[in-house]
Design a protein around this ligand. Sequence first.
Ligand SMILES: Nc1ncnc2c1ncn2[C@@H]1O[C@H](COP(=O)(O)OP(=O)(O)OP(=O)(O)O)[C@@H](O)[C@H]1O
Ligand SMILES: [Mg+2]
Length: 424
Amino acid sequence: MKQKILLLDDEASLIKWLSYALEQKGYSVFATTDTKDAIAEIKKERFDLIISDVRMPGIDGFEFLKTVRAIQPRIPFIFITAYGSMDSAINALRDRASDYILKPFSIDELDVRVRANISRPEQGPVKIIGTSRCMKVVLNMLDKIAVTDSTVLLLGESGTGKELFAREIHHRSKRAKCNFVTLSCAALPETLLESELFGYKKGAFTGASGDKDGLFKVADRGTFFLDEIGDAPLAIQVKILRLLEEREIVPLGSTKPSRVDVRLIAATNKDLAEELKRGRFREDLYYRLNVIPVVLPPLRQRRDDVPALAEFFLRQICEREDLGERKLLKDSMDMLQRYDWPGNVRELRHVIERAAILSDSYHIKTEHLGLPKIKAKSLTELQEDEIRRVVKECDGNITRAAKILGVARATLYRRLKQTNKRKK
Ligand SMILES: Nc1ncnc2c1ncn2[C@@H]1O[C@H](COP(=O)(O)OP(=O)(O)OP(=O)(O)O)[C@@H](O)[C@H]1O
Ligand SMILES: [Mg+2]
């Protein structure tokens, strides 16, 4: 389903251009030059974002915002304005709306703002599912760090929820009113990095037809999420490091530095210590980012969480696709719990989505899951995996491992002996 944006501006040509651009980006757009029209539509429809001009004949933007908030209190709202650099006016905008964007702006800039602000269906009120022993530890940490300004380094395999956690930290912090901006370090060509991060002044290079704020500026007073930091080439690592040290940006073509206040969250599925050893990751950057490391455990180490996650995704998909109610048969649930999930929670979500759509009946059977049978392990094998893992984590200390596993020392010894025999 497409996300819906309502666009209000008294300039018909601007509206036409913006609707076209936003539709190209995959949004569904309702655009109008008439405030009354806009209000009537908001009463009828649920939008994910509103973009509005400030100065309009009749009701002005602030009045319009007030009316909107009375109808949909939490809807993201972006002002378009030509106020320029009048600080008081900008602050007024910033306090009342979710964001603002200065005229003239490029489509890319608009896109960044829209993506940073639009409400995401899967993010709704963000819901992190997990009651297993290791997830409780992580969620406990989250409670403590979310409210602070500390730099967080999220580590974990692909699909374990790093981005979800990053967003949750932002939403629970005092920065929630400002932007959450993501920079994917792997996807960014080096040549674009500086202009993307620092922004530029009109005429700074061929093609710079207007001023553009960099992503760091967009994240000011909010959270900056450096995703896939382990994949950043060394040349980019240097630039990121310099920026983190100075916390100051100088747009290309300008000589005036300006301070930015951002909270940093970084994430990677790489083993950074290993990257460090191989000389692929800078030590100084590593220490700067590794202030509070949080390791998100792979799903195969928290199989207890699989049923709740599966049911949650199933309900979500059925609602989204209007499928009515669906249920996972016990065999199916067992199979899900035994599978190793190399793609973690994301893979589980996709398996459930596919199964719900393909099953075309109330019950979801094992064959609907499309999981390779060979990868499913027996419960005994799973227990043994878990035992070996915990013993290793405790550096072979049986007393401690037995305590964590909740069994007597003698029982643990016996199980280890059996495991070793089976392996021979
Ligand atoms: N504990 C959880 N509860 C509910 N949903 C979750 C949980 N963990 C992950 N998800 C969902 O699983 C999907 C993958 O999560 P996310 O994108 O955060 O993973 P990631 O660690 O950033 O992966 P990658 O390294 O591949 O970028 C998302 O749809 C996310 O909402
Ligand atoms: Mg991610």
